[in-house]
Design a protein around this ligand. Sequence first.
Ligand code: SF4
Length: 348
Amino acid sequence: MQTDILSLTYEELAEKLGALGQPKYRAKQVFAWLHSKQVLDFAQMTNLSIQFREQLGKNFYINEIKIRKKLVSQLDDTVKYLYELRDGEFVETVVMRYHHGNSICVSTQVGCRMGCSFCASTKAGFVRHLTPSEILGQIYTAERDLGEKISNVVLMGIGEPLDNFNNVLTFLELLSHPEGRNLGMRHVTLSTCGLVDQIYRLAEKNLQITLSISLHAPNDGLRSQTMPVNRRYPIDELLAACRAYADRTGRRISFEYALIDGFNDSPAHAKELASRIRGMLCHVNLIPVNRIEERDYASSSQQSVKRFAQVLESSGINATVRRTLGQDINAACGQLRRDEKDRGGCVL
Ligand code: SF4
C-alpha cells in the first residue's frame, strides 16, 4: 500500500526512507521537493536518481487536491476555492488580500460535529477529519494557482481544528519546518469553538500560534442557545483555559464575537462581556454577522456595532470590527460546498 508522503513528518519520512535503504540526507532532499518546491510528481525531483524516483512512486503518493471552482471578488481580489479531495469530498478555502500579504483561511474537517446553530454544517454534521496533507494542500494549491506566497494562515474554515487535534498538530509541524515551507508559528491563527481540554493540551505545546475563540455571547444562557459546546464547557471554564494559554505562551487571545441583531448586541451585553475578560491578555474581534438564508439571524446595525465597540473600549478592552471581504462572492465559509453537496459549513 502506498503512503501519503505529504502527511509524514520529517522524522517519519527519514525513517521510511531509511527502511528502503536510503541514506539520511535523502529525507532532506525529498522534504524540500515536497514542501519548499511543492512538486506534485516524483519525476520532477530532478536531483534524485531515476531508480530512487521510481522507488518513491512505488511506495508513496503525493496527495493532490483539485480546484473544482474558483471565485475572485471584483471588489477586493478575495479568492474563494472549492477543492475536491481524493475521495470526492469537498472543502473550501479563502485567500484574502491585505497590504501586509496574503492570508488564507483553511478547513480542517469535512463537515463538523460541533452543531453551532449559526453554521450550515450542522445540517449534515461530520463526515471525516482532514489529513495533514489535505490541510497543507489547501495552501500549496492556492500558492501554485496564484503564483504568490501565503504569509498568514487561519484555521477557521469548515470544521473544528481542535476536534482533529493530532492531524492539525502534524500540519503545523510540517508548515513550520525549516527544511520545508518554514512559516513562522506567529503567522498562524487557530480558531476554536472552545474545546477546553484541547486548549490546555495546545497550551502545553507552547507553539506561539494565536488562539482565537468563537465566543459570540457574554453569558452561558445566550451562548448555549447557539453553541451546544457551551453546555459541556461553560464560559468560566473556557475563560480559565484561555488565561492558561495566554500565561503559558505569552500570546494574546482573540475573541470572535458575531453581532446578531437583538440577540447579543446591546450595550448591557458589551458590559457583561467586558467584565468577564477584563485583565486578560486579549482583544475582541467584532463581526457583523452574515445573513443566513435558513436562519432568522440578522446583522446588527452599524450603529449597534459601533456602540458595542465603544462600550468595550471604554471598559479597557481592545476591540476591532472585522472588515468584510469578498462580499460579492459570498466568502462566508461553507456556502460553495453547500451548493455542491448541500452539506453546509461555517457561515460566520
Ligand atoms: S461554527 Fe465552526 S465549530 Fe461551529 S459548527 Fe461551524 S465549523 Fe463547527
